[in-house]
Design a protein around this ligand. Structure first.
Ligand SMILES: [Zn+2]
Length: 457
């Protein structure tokens, strides 16, 4: 199949240059690219190999998920009690215990949840231990991924993969060289040193050079805050973000994840260097990170910083649904600062689409419904109670809907979810397998918790 037509959509949310919302809009796709966008009447004479009747659909660009750890977590989802505090040590120990076959299965289930909820591209910050096996899963799901090998070269209480500096650099370069551009360019490989606290400046600077030379990117975890600022001031004479700039780690191909607690001077530094960020609203909320005090999304947007939203982890933020992440981003700042003007629904949609694609270095090709762009689209089914009544599709999308009303998903011009159905995996068998992996993983690692505060009888 080479041509596809999305015909007569109730609303097309284009997120194009003019942010047009086309009522009764049609899209023509040829060879994976969007060739025409307009009113259904203008395109009525043009046929296609397949025509999807979209009269009950709201169509948006596919969603970009800028920080999404995929690996062990689905197998032990929900085991950490609410008051566990940071589960990170358990997280990396569980991750390290995964076999190749297990990681393939948990990756498939992650991709299944992502794709069905509208993520067409995600950045996995180096969680994947077995990229060969997982490449098959990416291919089967038809999704786009930004992948990499997470490395550290400093002592850390976290069970992260630690190597001598030179070996960490060599591994990073080899990973990028081997994986970048696979699956017709749907796989991008980036440098992924974990954080400035766990990596030497030599490793981070070398990682940035590798990304620059290969024309790819770099992501690392980055937060600030009063105590980190005090620490960095004493040790390095600058802020945590200023330190990254000083060692040459910032730039337009860098995505800093979380960025909680950054001060005005750090926002200035991020904006000046053209660095992008990925923010995970539900992780911040669930982890009681104090968005009111530490979240700076409105200020970053005001400085035109490219922000991608992230769902972080199936065992942290817990849901892999960017519609819910948009909702959280749009409501949490209003509440935290008692200011209803903050993060309008339109800003949330921009972060999930156009801005998110730009943050991940894919803005030229993706993130909007425009002629010339690659055809990554979501069709939301409005024949559901949560979409009634429908006058302002942006408000309905961000404040009423969730990913479960996604009816059809198109990636690279290919229909990967068709009327709620995918065809890359047997869901019932996969669910049973992942449950078994979870049992086995807890038994092998000894990492278990009471299953509930309430008696399970
Ligand atoms: Zn992370």
């Amino acid at each position: 199949m080479t041509t596809l037509k999305i015909d007569n959509a109730r609303f097309l949310i284009t997120v194009d240059e003019g942010r047009r919302i086309i009522q009764g809009g049609s899209i023509l796709i040829d060879g994976g690219r969007i060739t025409r966008v307009g009113k259904a009447s203008e395109l009525a004479a043009v046929g296609a190999d397949r025509v999807i009747d979209a009269r009950h659909m709201v169509v948006t660009p596919g969603f970009f998920n800028g920080h999404m750890h995929i690996s062990y977590a689905h197998a032990v989802r929900g085991i950490f009690p609410d008051d566990q505090g940071s589960p990170l040590n358990h997280v990396f120990a569980l991750q390290a215990a995964m076999t190749e076959e297990e990681e393939h299965a948990t990756t498939l289930i992650g991709l299944l949840e992502l794709v069905k909820n509208g993520t067409v591209c995600f950045l996995d910050p180096g969680s994947t231990k077995f990229p060969d096996a997982c490449l098959q899963a990416y291919q089967d799901a038809g999704i786009r991924v930004v992948t990499g090998e997470c490395v550290i070269d400093r002592d850390s209480p976290l069970a992260l993969p630690r190597y001598p500096t030179q070996e960490a650099i060599t591994r990073t370069a080899a990973f990028v060289k081997k994986w970048d551009g696979r699956l017709d360019g749907r796989v991008r490989a980036w440098a992924m040193p974990f954080s400035a606290e766990t990596c030497t400046p030599e490793l981070i600077a070398a990682s940035k050079r590798i990304a620059d030379e290969a024309g790819t990117g770099l992501t690392l975890h980055h937060n600030s805050g009063a105590s980190a600022r005090k620490d960095y001031q004493a040790k390095h004479g600058t802020t945590p973000t200023g330190y990254l700039e000083k060692i040459g780690a910032l730039g337009s191909n860098v995505v800093l994840a979380h960025v909680l607690g950054i001060g005005d001077d750090e926002i200035e530094c991020i904006a000046r260097t053209g660095t992008a960020v990925a923010m995970c609203p539900s992780t911040a909320a669930k982890g009681a990170r104090g968005v009111g005090e530490h979240g700076r999304m409105p200020e970053l947007l005001a400085k035109k910083v490219r922000i991608a939203l992230g769902c972080d982890s199936p065992n942290n933020s817990n849901y892999l649904d960017l519609v819910r992440a948009m909702n959280m981003a749009a409501v949490q700042y209003k509440d935290a600062r008692q200011d209803i003007r903050l993060i309008p629904a339109e800003s949330a949609v921009e972060m999930a689409t156009r801005l998110g694609a730009a943050a991940l270095g894919q803005g030229a090709d993706l993130g909007a419904i425009e002629p010339g762009k690659k055809a990554d689209l979501l069709l939301f089914d409005t024949q559901r109670p949560e979409w009634q009544a429908l006058f302002n599709p942006i408000n309905n999308l961000v404040y009423n809907a969730d990913g479960r009303s996604i009816h059809t998903v198109v990636i690279d011009g290919r229909v990967v979810v068709d009327a709620y159905k995918q065809s890359f995996v047997d869901e019932a068998r996969l669910f049973a397998k992942v449950q078994e992996i979870g049992e086995s993983l807890q038994a092998r690692t000894g990492i278990t918790f009471p299953r509930s505060r309430w008696p399970i009888v």
